[in-house]
Design a protein around this ligand. Structure first.
Ligand SMILES: *Cc1c(COP(=O)(O)O)cnc(C)c1O
Length: 393
């Protein structure tokens, strides 16, 4: 099928929920993807960080192939060893707790919301405070938690029990707390909100506030997790631990998997029958995710993400000094944003024409999140392309 015909088929048979670029990706490897006409692209935004290990990472692909020969799905009324091993792995890298497995970011948010509500139910507490400009997913409750009106339009009524506070503002947060509040949920770096980084002091104070009032602190690390910011989890930059953490995106190295981990006493409030997900924690998904952790260890990808993140940040900061259209560089590790003085759509479209895939969040923030194993020469090439586009205004 040629590209023109394929696009017609989409128009006829696929719901128009996405604004799609003109690419038909048929192959990927590391930082590269190839279009159906054989053209090569440097992918500095691999699926919102889903392919954070790079495309078709050999360990992940190998684990998937090996597991596919054994068993694809094991229902959750039986045991499967890989799920136990992965739960232990996530806990070892984060905090002492228990994991619930699901298949996506929104589903992990839903699980965290239900967990918080169950936890608060005996006390009549159910309200969750989230942040303005946040993004937590597209299911109805995740949408209600999301602090951006544009995603909610047309979907009323949304589930009740969510209030939003301005990000990075402790005093404003305090005014939102009521007798009904059970939890505070936030992203440490707002991804869809335009790479807004939480201030360390703010996060410390939010933790103290939650401790003082007996509120759960939930970190949505769906985008920031699994090494993206140079630590396994972004909260590890802050010296503050959450009670509950949501994961998805990079967790499966390209294979769908979501997870929520909660401290033991909280996790145990969801007893048998309280929550479920048919596909959650399937052997295939867990095998891929275990391979992700293994590769991060073996290839020292956290150190690379940190080092290459600093290198990329410097390069982008250099562009800021040179081109007035660039207003600010923000982020941590390999989760970086470049705020522009105008809309970024045409910039990323021109980058694509020149062979570089990036993204634009919040109208004017270019989002750049290469694979954790990205090399200096790949960064040099990407920045060269970006500079050529910025140069033209
Ligand atoms: C992408 C994302 C989600 C939703 O994940 P899906 O897998 O698309 O449901 C939730 N929270 C954050 C921070 C995200 O970036």
């Amino acid at each position: 099928m040629d590209k023109k015909r394929l696009i017609q088929e989409y128009e006829k048979y696929v719901m128009p929920t996405y604004a799609r670029g003109p690419l038909v990706i048929v192959k990927g490897q590391g930082s590269k993807v190839w279009d159906m006409d054989g053209r090569e692209y440097l992918d500095f935004f691999p699926g919102w960080a889903v392919s954070g290990m790079g495309h078709t990472h050999p360990s992940v692909a190998g684990a998937l192939r090996r597991q596919a020969k054994k068993v694809l799905h094991v229902p959750n009324n039986y045991y499967n060893e890989l799920q136990a091993r992965l739960a232990r792995k996530i806990s070892q890298y984060s905090f002492d707790g228990k994991v619930f497995f699901c298949n996506s970011g929104a589903e992990s948010i839903e699980a965290a919301i239900k967990l918080a509500r169950m936890y608060g139910s005996a006390l009549g507490k159910f309200e969750i405070i989230t942040m303005e400009n946040s993004f937590h997913g597209r299911t109805l409750a995740a949408l209600a938690a999301t602090g951006q009106a544009k995603y909610k339009q047309g979907f009323a009524p949304l589930p009740e029990g969510f209030v939003q506070a301005p990000f990075n503002d402790l005093e404003a947060l305090k005014t939102k707390v009521s007798a009904k509040t059970v939890a505070v949920m936030l992203e440490l770096i707002q991804g869809e909100g335009g790479i807004n980084v939480a201030r360390p002091q703010y996060i410390k104070e939010v933790r103290s506030l939650c401790d003082k009032l007996g509120l759960l602190l939930i970190f949505d690390e769906v985008q920031t997790g699994i090494g993206r910011t140079g630590r396994m989890f972004c909260y590890q930059h802050y010296n503050v631990e959450p009670d509950v953490m949501c994961l998805a995106k990079s967790l499966g190295g390209g294979f769908p998997i979501g997870a929520v981990i909660a401290k033991r006493n909280i996790a145990d409030t969801l007893q048998a029958g309280a929550h479920a997900s048919t596909f959650g924690g399937s052997p295939l998904a867990c095998a891929c995710s275990l391979a992700v952790f293994q590769a991060i260890e073996k290839e020292r990808l956290l150190a690379n993400a940190q080092k290459m993140g600093e290198y990329l940040y410097k390069k982008l900061a250099h562009l800021k000094g040179k081109y007035h259209i660039v207003k600010e560089i923000r982020g941590k590790g390999l989760m970086l944003g470049m705020e522009l003085g105008r809309e970024g759509k045409s910039i990323y479209e021109q980058c694509l024409e020149k062979g570089l895939l990036i993204n634009c969040a919040h109208e004017n923030v270019l989002r750049i999140m290469p694979r954790l194993g990205v090399s200096k020469s790949e960064i040099n090439k990407a920045v060269r392309i970006l500079e050529n586009v910025l140069k033209m205004g």
